[in-house]
Design a binder for this molecule. Structure first.
Ligand code: ADP
Ligand code: MG
Length: 355
């Protein structure tokens, strides 16, 4: 009888833990003098989530990250970590660690000493330290550079060491401020894959700041889209891309066709602004019949054809002057439309998305 009651209580506790957000911001405002950088932010980040703060430069992402870390205090509002109010707590009183874009490794310490530095401050024993550092270097797949100095590493390697130095302390939350920003495109894409794998392995909550929409879509479980100190939308990459809630989100995440006025009324019977993604539109001959019911269609002239390797981008214009971009994969069904051709553009009406 007693055993039943105890296990009942235990499962209630774990259920509560599962729904307590790792990070919760409630009506958080941050002003610098007259300027309001963060305008009343409500945001819950779940435990174990890869969560990105995405937005243009100056939209308040770093300020939010610095408030979570405790480097800045909110002007008003409340911040909880794992259900505990830390609004006025110092950085070292929070189970949070930060990786910055500029690595900030100690130049005179070896890689192993850099990674073990925080453990040393925590008075972790020498033996445990050696083991934990070796594990962390293994995780970032750089076990062979333990004795080198940071100056003897490439940019990508330095960034991985900075990551190991943060991970070795096993924080509940890892904050990353544009950590891949300084790397070239190829290395950045490779590091994105590794970062995601590491996050999955360690199960720590990652909060990742980026202004790169592709990076945010690739990495994240969920994304908050920032615009001028406010969050415009929070959702999975698919939510944001397929079902943007505003003109800003629709155009910030990838290319889109924004349609209003006469054409919008013709397509949906309403004046509301539409977002139609270029890859949803197909190019047909003007006299070809509609593929099926439930399709939207408009006649247009091809103005521009841009070959980009795996795909081709067409710029088309309707007789009413509406420009529409079409993005086609260069597979066996690719259109052979050329500049000046009269065509009919066709897409499923469910891709007329009101924003
Ligand atoms: P992001 O990381 O999205 O580029 P930031 O959070 O760094 O944006 O900055 C948001 C706004 O707040 C910017 O206009 C920036 O100039 C301003 N800001 C940030 N920190 C300070 C500060 N310490 N003093 C004054 N203004 C600041
Ligand atoms: Mg920033």
């Amino acid at each position: 009888m007693q055993a039943t009651a105890a296990s009942g209580a235990a499962s209630l506790d774990s259920a509560a833990a599962a729904v307590t957000p790792a990070i919760s911001l409630q009506n958080v405002v941050k002003t610098f003098g007259e300027f309001t950088a963060v305008k009343g932010l409500d945001l819950d980040i779940r435990q174990g989530e890869f969560f990105s703060l995405l937005g243009p430069s100056g939209s308040g992402k770093t300020t939010v990250l610095r408030m979570i870390a405790g480097f800045e205090l909110p002007s008003s509002g409340r911040l909880d970590l794992a259900g505990r109010d830390v609004t006025r707590k110092a950085p070292f009183e929070r189970d949070v660690n930060t990786v910055f874009q500029d690595y900030a490794l100690f130049p005179h310490l070896s890689v192993a000493e850099n990674v073990g530095y925080g453990l040393k401050l925590r008075r972790t024993s020498r033996g445990d330290r050696r083991r934990l550092v070796a594990e962390a270097l293994e995780m970032i797949r750089l076990p062979h550079v333990a004795d080198r100095l940071p100056s003897q590493l490439s940019g990508g390697q330095r960034q991985r060491v900075a990551l190991a130095r943060a991970l070795v302390l096993r924080p509940q939350v890892l904050l990353l401020d544009e950590p891949l920003g300084a790397l070239d495109k190829q290395l950045r894409e490779q590091m994105q894959v590794e970062l995601k794998q590491i996050q999955r392995t360690v199960g720590i909550t990652f909060v990742f700041v980026t202004h790169d929409q592709e990076e945010a879509l690739t990495l994240s479980d969920r994304v908050a889209v920032f615009n001028e100190g406010l969050v415009e939308q929070v959702g999975t990459p698919e939510d944001l891309y397929e079902r943007p809630s505003s003109r800003f989100v629709a155009s910030f995440l990838g290319n889109t066709n924004l349609v209003e006025g006469e054409l919008a009324r013709g397509l949906t019977g309403s004046d509301a602004l539409l977002s139609i993604r270029p890859e949803r539109i197909q190019i047909r001959q003007p006299d070809e019949p509609l593929e099926s019911a439930g399709m939207s269609s408009v006649e247009a002239v091809i103005e521009e054809v841009v070959y980009t390797g795996p795909s081709t981008r067409f710029v088309a214009r309707t007789s009413a002057g509406q420009k529409l971009i079409v993005q086609e994969q260069n597979d066996s069904r690719a259109s052979s439309a050329r500049r000046g051709d009269r065509v009919r553009l066709e897409w499923s009406s469910r891709f007329n998305y009101t924003v």
